[in-house]
Ligand binder design. Sequence first.
Ligand SMILES: Cc1cc2nc3c(=O)[nH]c(=O)nc-3n(C[C@H](O)[C@H](O)[C@H](O)COP(=O)(O)OP(=O)(O)OC[C@H]3O[C@@H](n4cnc5c(N)ncnc54)[C@H](O)[C@@H]3O)c2cc1C
Ligand code: SF4
Length: 363
Amino acid sequence: MEFFYRELRRQHRVLMEGDEPAGGAWNFDAENREAFGKDGPDPLRSPPRRFPPDATTRQVLALVEDHFAKHPGALHDFDWPVTPTDAELALDDFLTHRLAEFGRWQDAMWTNEPWLFHSRLSAALNLKLLNPRRVIAAAEKAFRSGRVPLPAAEGFIRQILGWREYVRGIYWRHMPGYIGRNALGAQHALPDFYWTGETDMACLRDAIGQTWRYGYAHHIQRLMVTGLFALLWGAHPRRVHEWYLAAYVDAVEWVELPNTLGMSQYADGGLMASKPYIASGKYIQRMSNYCAGCRYDPAQRAGPRACPFTTLYWDFLLRHEALLAKNPRTVMQVRNAVRLTPSQRREITDHAARLRAAIPAAT
Ligand SMILES: Cc1cc2nc3c(=O)[nH]c(=O)nc-3n(C[C@H](O)[C@H](O)[C@H](O)COP(=O)(O)OP(=O)(O)OC[C@H]3O[C@@H](n4cnc5c(N)ncnc54)[C@H](O)[C@@H]3O)c2cc1C
Ligand code: SF4
């Protein structure tokens, strides 16, 4: 993706100074991606602009209520931009109030804070209410006029010019076969709580709860909470794909599928991502306040308070030891598993098996 992105930057003259990238670097990730301190996000920041449903939207909401009353999800908080004019206002609101802090807090999560510093523009982009060129040009202009720092503008532009275009290429280049891939041979059903939000795991309860309330979760919630759990659980990638396609207001198969099958579930065997995105509960603890309000302990991998992410992370390492040992980006993680004694291995696999038996599957 990085080289593809650089090529598009050159080709479309985005954030360039002559032949060189603005600021002398292509990527400012090292200055981005912090976690909030214990006080959490600034309570005085502006909330995203809302778009109360107009008459047409209200009619559609009523229609959905009539026909799909039993489907998961709620309608009462619907406030998405649904016209090009609204979408333009949403873009302006993001550029004015959140872009400057976007990169810094891009990966951070906080209980009951669905939006943080994200743009909420994906649905408008995918529905063609907003042209991605327009969004990229507006973010660059905000940087050139001194309104936002370069790392923030570059981090945001990379998501659209880089990731969004890259996944589009993956989808159209590799479909229709892509959807059938299952490189890790994952066969489990998705846990039922994905459809109800009823779980005692605080991180999943928050991410899934806001998903069914707003149709939204930000990228790290999708990748490193719901996606990570499904990957460690060994859920069949087709079931995971069906869930993401059903759950999000921005879900359009060409964007959703490579993100789910490739980036999140590694079902394409590394075509999209250079390694499976695996982590224990400690990653979630570092990037959020979820664990502070959870009955589990992310540092424990077995026992009554063991965090299910941590147990399943170790179980995943053991199940895929040979594959992960061959990948230079995961070899260090496997080394920790290699050091486990036979009784430690048994303790992990037994606890993982108990978890699988205790968590009901979706029907
Ligand atoms: C498992 C999984 C499923 C996903 N499904 C979808 C989907 O169905 N539709 C969708 O638009 N995005 C999807 N994404 C990508 C990303 O999570 C969303 O685009 C983002 O969370 C939307 O929120 P936002 O508009 O506030 O984005 P911001 O964080 O503000 O990012 C800005 C914009 O960059 C683009 N973008 C960022 N990351 C990606 C990415 N990985 N791929 C493509 N575009 C990206 C989006 O257009 C987004 O609006 C998925 C990611 C994962 C891990
Ligand atoms: S302890 Fe584990 S399950 Fe609970 S919030 Fe933290 S990561 Fe999630």
